[in-house]
Design a protein around this ligand. Structure first.
Ligand code: NAI
Length: 337
């Protein structure tokens, strides 16, 4: 029986990188029936909604989706489809592994961090209004329920994956009530996992520590906004947004997507790096129990980058998206021969 997976190619570089990832996953021999949907600005024009109900229904049915990036207009226009998708399906945990890929030279060598970002509340609740002209209020929502749930997710992940430490990142010195609550919940949950070290750090210091001595961290647990910012920073430590994958996980399903956005500056040029989405696809295959295919794709990616030295421009190479994709498919054949 093929797996049924919802596919949202996305916009900007989305169609180029999802085509690459679908090509590689199909070449691995895994049978997947893709249900492909348009979302974002094009869906708004065609269907009057940037996140049409059939997309959500498909994910609810299949419980698994692979998603390309979706552009969010700045300042005005429709609210983020990415945030709406996560909130509507209650995909409360955003899991973002930050690892070096063998063969890529970066300042710190062998980093292996996990960013766990709360995905449903904080300043991303979209509660903003004009109090009087010239004065705007944005409301930050932090709840005991969501903070406890994401802390438990981080510690359960640590226990399952044999990780040593979870660090809660906050600004509870200034936001004593909201970040204070997040930190309290973290500490209560941490007490249930005595074998895992738990500590906390203020977010600004964390940013400095990350660029100076990132090896001190293992799992970082953050609210939504800090998690968004710090995961891009962390991506920069291992080679950039072109390689960092992610998963949005909830009780109702999981949506796998790269950390990066739609990269309009390089869209349509066949130069985008599909590795981040491909690594998200590898996480998806592991989630589907297709460990052999996941392993083959992961090994072929490393082989292409480190042995063949075929790389896209963001990693200092000259390969086009399609050329790099075919090199990975060829590596898969070589490795499984
Ligand atoms: P971005 O992540 O799209 O791009 C930042 C920089 O990284 C750009 O220079 C871009 O060319 C480069 N980059 C990103 N992905 C790359 C890849 N795969 N290969 C090579 N280079 C890559 O961030 P930006 O420009 O701030 O956002 C663009 C749009 O994407 C915005 O509308 C934003 O709201 C949206 N966005 C969507 C996300 C999602 O769908 N989950 C996540 C982040 C942003």
């Amino acid at each position: 029986m093929p797996h049924k997976v919802t596919l949202i190619p996305g916009d900007g570089i989305g169609s180029e990188i999802t085509a690459a990832v679908v090509r590689i996953i199909e070449a691995s021999g895994v049978e997947i029936e893709w249900e492909s949907f348009i979302a974002g600005a094009e869906a708004l024009t065609r269907f009057g909604d940037p996140l049409p109900e059939p997309v959500l229904d498909s994910i609810r049915r299949n419980k698994v989706a692979l998603k390309g990036p979706l552009t969010t207009p700045v300042g005005s226009g429709f609210a983020s489809v990415n945030v709406r998708l996560r909130k509507t399906l209650d995909l409360y945990a955003n899991l973002r592994p930050v690892r070096n890929l063998p063969g890529l030279v970066t300042p710190f060598g062998d980093l292996d961090l996990i960013v766990v970002r709360e995905n449903t509340e904080d300043l991303y609740s979209g509660l903003e209004h004009v109090v009087i002209p010239g004065v705007v209020e944005s409301i930050k929502i932090i709840t005991e329920k969501a903070s406890t749930r994401i802390a438990r997710f981080a510690f359960e992940y640590a226990r399952r994956e044999g990780r040593k430490k979870v660090t809660a990142i906050h600004k509870a010195n200034i936001m004593k009530l909201s970040d204070g609550l997040f930190l309290d919940c973290f500490r209560k949950v941490a007490a249930e996992y005595p074998e895992i070290e738990a500590d906390d750090k203020i977010v600004d210091n964390t940013c400095m520590q990350l660029v100076m001595k990132p090896q001190q961290f293992d799992i970082l647990l953050l609210e939504n906004l800090y998690g968004d910012i710090v995961s891009d920073l962390a991506a920069g430590l291992v080679g950039g947004l072109g390689i960092c994958p992610g998963a949005n996980i909830g009780e109702l399903g999981s949506v796998f997507e790269a950390v990066h956005g739609s990269a309009p500056d390089i869209a349509g040029k066949n130069i985008a790096n599909p590795t981040a989405l491909l690594q998200s696809g590898v996480m998806m295959l592991q989630h589907l129990g297709e460990r052999q295919a996941a392993d083959l794709i992961a090994r072929a990616t490393i082989h292409t980058l480190s042995e063949k030295k075929i790389r896209t421009r963001d990693l200092g190479g000259t390969a086009h998206t399609t050329e790099y994709t075919e090199a990975i498919v060829a590596s898969m054949k070589e490795l499984s021969a």
